[in-house]
Design a protein around this ligand. Structure first.
Ligand code: BLA
Length: 513
């Protein structure tokens, strides 16, 4: 039934997960027009919560004048942010207590009525004190790793999942589980494993940047379709912000393969960018009460702020240290006629910059190198290649995969997988180079990342891979990347060097002329 060859992963990105046309069965959903508040769509299970068919009726008639009035007051009008919500516990005409959550999305108001489950797991919801303590512990954590461990532990204590992971995206949207807190009885561990970008495709990441959490109570639920009035049947209800949105069947299959039933993912947004996810896994169906779900997103937010603090502090310290080094070198340059000796023979040298393990200066054809670098001939060849290939208006070059860019340098991958180079003068006679070694990099993936997708038959056209066996990839010829601020410092230093070169030239002209 399943063909085993890989299928174009962009298939995954085409699934319109914001308009699945269905919700999870623990809720009832009603969508109304923003203007008249007439109900234009509802989930097929409305009778679980309401005593009448709401299609075509005004929201007042369905939810009562009080609740409809409050929804009108908060969500109607200009300039309301999409996703803004009104949340209330109400008793509907049918006599059932429900949690009502209404939000605005474009020209519609979406109301979700959540019924308490018949047999909720006995899980106490978080008190304010619990939250204060948890946030305090996050604040006390002094490293990113430490804060991630605290976040996983506190989120698990709060939500009761068998396992909570902190999942961090890399710049290419692959990700890794950087912290894990789990039930010791569950032998499976995903800590440290990497997963390819296609496991969480682009449209899902975009949705998770706008809407912060997803909870699945029971993976094997039967989705409840939405039904619409004939007039609106062609404009599907956008469920981007709906808590009961039915998740992609491909992803539910993925969770089946992972041995996960009840689940959660809460967005970790740092400076508006999706930095990672707080992922919850349960081997059984798992109900998390609405207020606890809200508390979990507050914790994820607190963690995100701590991440921002720790990362900015680390970056600031690193940059300060570099600026101090740079000004030492510039001071040496200012009192020198020979930029090579100013940069390579004093107390501080170019090798102290950028965590490089090798550095070199090229002045005309003469090479001076420090630390672990390719031999002088190879450096001359690199300089020649840079002179030829860099566009005239580009003074600097940085890569973390130099052997791929310049195959003749492949034999030197051990010391020169990363290269940062900057020209000193417009004529490109002189340049400065920094080398970074190959990362000692075996990446352990949770499954073979080259085979993410299988073509399926039946209702699901593509299927996620089925194996999460550790799959070790050896990466060759890749270094830690150079950061843009490091390139900027290299360029500034090259400008100071240009001053020395010009001074030197003037002296030579004076002497000879
Ligand atoms: C969504 N994929 C997701 C989500 C996670 C992952 C966390 C968020 C949804 C949720 O709340 O559960 C992936 N889960 C992981 C990873 C770990 C984990 C990496 O526990 C590791 C610790 N997925 C595939 C392939 C496709 C795919 C091949 O593997 C496409 C063909 C699709 N994943 C996919 C889609 C979604 C998704 C479409 C969106 C689900 C939704 O929100 O509707």
């Amino acid at each position: 039934r399943v063909r085993a060859e890989p299928v174009d992963p962009s298939l995954c990105e085409r699934e319109p997960i914001h308009v699945p046309g269905a919700i999870q069965p623990h809720a009832v959903l009603i969508a109304a027009e923003i203007d008249g508040l007439a109900v234009v769509a509802c989930s097929a299970n409305v009778r679980d919560a309401l005593d009448r068919d709401p299609l075509g009726l005004p929201l007042e008639a369905v939810l009562g004048a009080d609740l409809a009035g409050r929804i009108r007051a908060s969500l109607q009008g200009e300039g309301i942010d999409p996703g803004r919500t009104v949340r209330e516990r109400v008793v509907l005409a049918a006599g059932l207590p429900v949690e009502a959550v209404a939000h605005r999305n474009g020209e519609r108001i979406v109301v979700e009525l959540e019924l308490a489950p018949a047999h909720p797991e006995d899980f106490r919801s978080a008190s304010q004190l619990d939250m204060e303590l948890a946030i305090g512990r996050l604040r006390d954590a002094d490293s990113l790793e430490g804060a991630a461990r605290v976040a996983a532990r506190e989120t698990r204590a709060l939500t009761g999942f068998d396992c909570v992971l902190v999942y961090r995206f890399d710049p290419d949207w692959n990700g890794a589980a950087i912290a894990e807190d789990k039930d010791p009885d569950w032998s499976r561990s995903l800590l440290g494993l990497h997963f390819p970008a296609s496991d969480i495709p682009a449209q899902a990441r975009a949705l998770y940047t706008r809407s912060k959490s997803r909870f699945v109570i029971d993976r094997d639920y039967v989705p409840v379709p939405l039904v619409a009035t004939p007039a609106t049947a062609n404009t599907p209800v956008d469920l981007t912000f709906a808590q009961s949105r039915s998740l992609s069947p491909i992803h539910l299959e993925y969770q089946r393969n992972l041995g996960v039933n009840g689940s959660m993912s809460v967005s970790i947004l740092v400076e508006g960018r999706l930095w990672g996810l707080m992922i919850g896994h349960h081997r059984q169906p798992h109900y998390v009460a609405p207020e606890t779900r809200a508390a979990a997103t507050v914790l994820a937010d607190a963690f995100a702020m701590r991440v921002y603090e720790l990362e900015s502090r680390r970056l600031w310290q690193e940059q300060q240290a570099h600026l101090a080094l740079e000004s030492d070198l510039v001071r040496e340059l200012a009192r020198s006629d020979d930029f090579v000796s100013a940069l390579t023979e004093q107390a501080h040298t170019v090798l102290d910059l950028f965590g490089a393990r090798g550095a070199a200066t090229v002045s005309q054809d003469s090479v001076r190198s420090l630390g672990e670098t390719p031999p002088p001939d190879a450096i001359r060849a690199i300089a020649g290649w840079l002179r030829e290939t860099l566009p005239a208006d580009q003074a600097s070059y940085a890569t973390a995969e130099f052997p791929a860019a310049h195959p003749p340098s492949a034999p030197f991958a051990a010391c020169a997988s990363g290269l940062l180079a900057v020209f000193v003068d417009p004529e490109r006679r002189h340049l400065l180079l920094w080398f970074r070694p190959e990362m000692p990099s075996t990446v352990t993936w949770g499954g073979d990342p080259r085979k993410p997708v299988l073509a399926g038959s039946g209702p699901v056209a593509v299927l996620p891979r089925r194996s999460f066996e550790r799959w070790v990839e050896e990466r060759r010829g890749i270094s830690e990347p150079f950061a843009p601020w490091q390139v900027a410092i290299a360029e500034a230093l090259a400008q100071a060097v240009e001053g020395v070169v010009l001074r030197q030239q003037r002296k030579i002209t004076e002497l000879t002329g």
